[in-house]
Design a binder for this molecule. Structure first.
Ligand code: TYD
Length: 134
């Protein structure tokens, strides 16, 4: 399983009438989309999503505004600043991720490879670290 998070540069159709970007499952992202949710009206200074998923893969897009996603594989941490609606951050299963530094009126779209299942969450960081050990 791929353990590397990274930015996927989505197609952008620039047009004087307004720009357009799209995603097709499997074709542009390495999973089928089972669920879509979005995070909005985040008060300044709030942090969301401090957890890992056992199975879920996801793509996170800043549809509007900006925010940071801190991704942690148990050894190293990487910060991804999302501030363009044509950048998608792909996160495979098994990585800790936290969303923070939301700008005013930011809108975070999350495409997920699984339906919602609380049992898929690892919410305890120590448990996450012990799962990372080979
Ligand atoms: P959660 O993913 O725990 O958000 P965060 O990690 O930012 O705290 O979601 C918060 C709650 O929303 C969760 O406890 C249950 C509910 N929820 C759903 O019912 N379905 C969903 O698809 C998601 C993402 C959350």
């Amino acid at each position: 399983m791929q353990k590397q998070a990274g930015i996927i540069n989505l197609s952008k159709f620039e047009d004087p009438r307004g720009n357009l970007t799209f995603i097709e499952e499997i074709n542009h992202i390495p999973f089928a989309i089972e669920r879509v949710y979005w995070i909005y009206d985040v008060p300044g200074g709030q942090v969301r999503g401090g957890h890992a998923f056992r199975e879920q893969q996801e793509l996170i897009i800043a549809l509007s505004g900006s925010f940071d996603v801190l991704v942690d594989d148990g050894k190293t941490q990487q910060n991804f600043s999302l501030n363009r609606s044509y950048y998608g951050l792909y996160i495979p299963a098994g990585l800790w991720r936290q969303m923070q530094n939301f700008s005013t009126n930011s809108l975070a779209l999350v495409l997920s490879s699984t339906p919602y299942n609380e049992l898929d969450y690892i919410r305890d960081y120590q448990e996450f670290l012990s799962n990372c050990k080979p």
